[in-house]
Write a protein that binds this ligand. Structure first.
Ligand SMILES: *Cc1c(COP(=O)(O)O)cnc(C)c1O
Length: 328
């Protein structure tokens, strides 16, 4: 992703902390294109990043900047993938990391955190509870907290999702982006990238319609879109196997809602059964080992097709945000 370094907060002469993140495949899906009657459909397969998810982009950027600023240690709350990515990039930078994860996090994700040598704290609770513990640890020890949107650099790394998509589509944008949204860095990062590209005169000032995919077990964005609210309300008792979407009170809720509304998009909740079925179809039918969150993206597209929101004039990109094997 460092081909885009001129768009990133990296000065001349500075070297990034990298494991080869970015330039993931953009896969044309002809069978699904026909089924949903679309002009074109691609899956952007972020499972091919180092550490198996798009979290690599943000944490490569955040660890790079923090290491250059002399951070003595890192801490993060996670639903799984952010913890794995922080562990790997902190290890690469030679800086210790601590990861707070819900006890219910899938074993393979936890094993990856341990394999990269981070200190793992298991928490009885959801990601919000992990966040409180991580912030307290940062306050008492001086460790740098890389929680979603509490530092400025993860979002900069996530911009490369949008820059890369534009490059892979020969400097054009799709009509519709379907993105499994939890904390919001992916959506907000792409929104920022498209606006920066437009301001620089590289692309026209028209955004793709952003659709957030969530689980019916934790859908604060969907509820806010439906009620016309400008911020999200905390989702009581959040529960979904798509752990990256299990964010009951996202700090970036208001920003995601703005991006969705400015772009003329929306938000769709799908059941865990539907997202798991879509995940199985991506694997057994198309050879893509998607995370359950990626399944949510495809299941949301199915729902948008059923509602007639997408149709034959639309070029659509659905994001598979992570790898399925990490959840087994
Ligand atoms: C973190 C995560 C998400 C949610 O991403 P945000 O950009 O924080 O909304 C989706 N899918 C996977 C696999 C994740 O790890």
């Amino acid at each position: 992703m460092w081909r885009y370094r001129d768009w990133l907060p990296l000065r001349d002469g500075e070297e990034p902390v990298t494991l080869g993140e970015g330039m993931t495949p953009l896969l044309r899906m002809p069978g699904l294109e026909r089924r949903y009657g679309l002009r074109a459909l691609w899956i952007k397969d972020e499972s091919k990043n180092p550490t198996g998810s798009f979290k690599a982009r943000g944490l490569a950027m955040a660890v790079t900047r923090a290491a250059l600023a002399g951070a003595p240690a890192f801490t993060v709350p996670t639903a799984g993938n952010a913890g794995v990515a922080l562990s790997a990039y902190a290890c690469r930078a030679g800086i210790p990391a601590r990861v707070y994860a819900p006890r219910m996090t899938p074993d393979t994700l936890l094993a990856q955190v341990r394999a990269f040598g981070a200190t793992l704290e298991l928490v009885d609770g959801h990601i919000g509870d992990c966040g409180r513990l991580s912030r307290a640890h940062a306050a008492t020890t001086g460790a740098f907290d890389v929680s979603t949107l509490r530092e400025p650099y993860r979002i900069e790394g996530k911009k490369t999702l949008g820059l890369e998509l534009a490059e892979q589509l020969a400097w054009s944008l799709p009509d519709v982006i379907v993105y499994p949204a939890g904390g919001g860095t992916g959506l907000i990062g792409m929104w920022k990238a498209f606006r920066e590209l437009a301001r620089a005169g590289w692309l026209p000032d028209t955004l793709p319609r952003f659709f957030a995919a969530q689980s019916t077990g934790c859908a604060p964005l969907v509820r806010a879109v439906e009620t016309g609210a400008t911020r999200t309300e905390p989702w009581p008792d959040p529960k979904t196997v798509a752990s990256g979407l299990c964010v009951p009170a996202p700090l970036g809720g208001a920003l995601m809602l703005r991006a969705i509304r400015e772009s003329g998009g929306g938000a769709v909740a799908v059941s865990d059964e539907a997202l798991c079925a879509a995940q199985r179809e991506l694997a057994a039918g198309h050879g893509i080992d998607a995370a359950p969150e990626g399944g949510a993206g495809l299941a949301a597209l199915e729902e948008l097709h059923r509602r007639g929101v997408v149709g034959p004039t639309d070029c659509v990109v659905v994001f598979n945000t992570g790898a399925g094997w990490l959840y087994r």
